[in-house]
Write a protein that binds this ligand. Structure first.
Ligand SMILES: *Cc1c(COP(=O)(O)O)cnc(C)c1O
Ligand code: SF4
Length: 399
């Protein structure tokens, strides 16, 4: 009898195709603390997940000494180790290109620190603010816009610094929406997170709290009933996450999202457009359809920012436009996010959309549809023209 076969279990679990996890029981695997304890944080520890030669590891050393790696076993188990271009691998394991510099990349491409009246808080738009509450993430995305905060190590913001951010929100009555972000705020110790949420909820003019977290994607077992119940005490809370590839929308991830939804927390998705990962329109259609099946609303498709170490992920705007063309009309409107560029230098998010207005004719606008057929949409009558007309009943019924 094989040692990996357990009573009542006819087929191996998905993660048991990796020899290193063959003897991990489902109750261990589904325990987020086990996932946290067994997170892969070194190149050597990747052995058995992907094959990296000694040469390759050596070439990556300068990169990983600057920008750390972390792969919870769950997320690592989604990697196809045979495929060097695997889209999950690409998000979590660096390429040597991550150390390249072309001269125009920035540490803080969105100038968040400049629009920061107190450390950790960015106030760019009139009625909403962004709070960076920790520099810790369960998985470090190679394309992260906030790589600059990785240098702070892996630490939650101090109580004093949280107090200063919350005080700022309290002193500005125009703020009705606070984005609790990081790093990943759902990695915070529960009492620290509850402290932040309860302090924010006590502010009379603050209407909604948004949480930005990738945990549903990279460690869905962290989304426990206890966690979502705590979050909903401070509702309305909205959850924004980041699925970038259809293979990330697993039954485990969908179950985590379901726990949010049942606790009354809506889940929206912010995909980052990444070369070699999700640049093909077919991939993006599959992703957004998979999100709808998991009851997640696609919210944004972000053009990749000009952050140091992520230039190899950046696509042309034309790629993004081709994706938007591929979605509109071809699939559910609900599956279509807004495609935005967050402008370098702090200009904020700007939507970009294919142009469906072809031109103008005598009496109307010429539009094309998703199939490329053109139609004329007539102008409404001009005011002067309308006044000169007889009432309709006289036109249709001669005396
Ligand atoms: C993206 C962002 C927001 C939220 O923008 P929405 O379009 O409302 O989702 C708020 N503040 C900052 C600094 C941001 O970058
Ligand atoms: S989860 Fe967000 S903050 Fe953390 S590494 Fe990924 S993109 Fe950056």
């Amino acid at each position: 009898m094989s040692t990996s076969t357990r009573p009542g279990q006819s087929s191996p679990l998905y993660y048991q195709r990796f020899p290193r996890w063959r003897d991990v029981s489902p109750s261990q695997w589904n325990d987020w603390q086990w996932q946290a304890r067994n997170t892969i944080t070194t190149l050597d520890d990747l052995d058995g997940v992907v094959h990296l030669s000694g040469e390759e590891k050596k070439a990556l050393l300068p990169t990983v000494s600057k920008y750390h790696i972390a792969l919870p076993p769950y997320y690592a188990s989604l990697i196809d180790g045979e495929d060097r271009d695997d889209p999950i691998r690409r998000q979590a394991i660096p390429l040597p290109e991550e150390s390249f510099f072309h001269g125009h990349e920035m540490d803080d491409p969105l100038a968040e620190d400049e629009a920061s009246p107190v450390p950790g808080l960015t106030h760019r738009y009139p009625d909403r603010v962004l709070l960076v509450t920790t520099s810790y993430c369960s998985m470090y995305c190679r394309h992260c816009t906030r790589k600059r905060i990785w240098k702070q190590g892996e630490a939650p913001a101090s109580r004093e610094s949280i107090e200063r951010m919350v005080d700022y929100v309290g002193r500005h009555e125009g703020i009705r929406d606070a984005l609790v972000s990081g790093g990943d705020p759902l990695t915070l110790p529960l009492d620290r997170l509850e402290f932040i949420l309860s302090r924010l909820r006590a502010i009379r003019h603050l209407e909604i709290i948004r949480i930005g977290s990738r945990l549903p994607v990279v460690m869905p077992m962290r989304i426990t009933d206890e966690l979502v119940r705590m979050l909903d005490k401070y509702g309305p809370v909205w959850l924004n996450t980041q699925f970038n590839h259809p293979r990330e929308v697993t039954p485990q991830a969908a179950a985590a999202v379901d726990r949010f939804l049942r606790a009354g927390i809506p889940v929206n998705n912010q995909t980052v457009l990444l070369k070699g990962i999700n640049e093909q329109p077919a991939t993006m259609i599959a992703l957004n359809q998979a999100l709808l099946r998991a009851k997640i609303r696609p919210y944004y498709l972000f053009q990749c920012d000009l952050v140091v170490g992520a230039e190899h992920f950046r696509t042309s705007i034309e790629s993004g436009l081709a994706i938007m063309e591929g979605l509109r009309g071809h699939t559910s409107g609900l599956a279509i996010p807004s495609y935005v560029i967050d402008l370098p230098g702090g200009g904020g998010k700007v939507p970009i959309s294919p142009n469906y207005i072809v031109g103008r004719s005598e009496g109307g606008l010429i539009l094309r549809n998703y199939e490329g057929r053109t139609f004329t949409y007539p102008d409404p009558p001009a005011a002067a023209d309308q006044a000169a007309r007889e009432p309709a009943e006289f036109v249709s019924s001669p005396a």
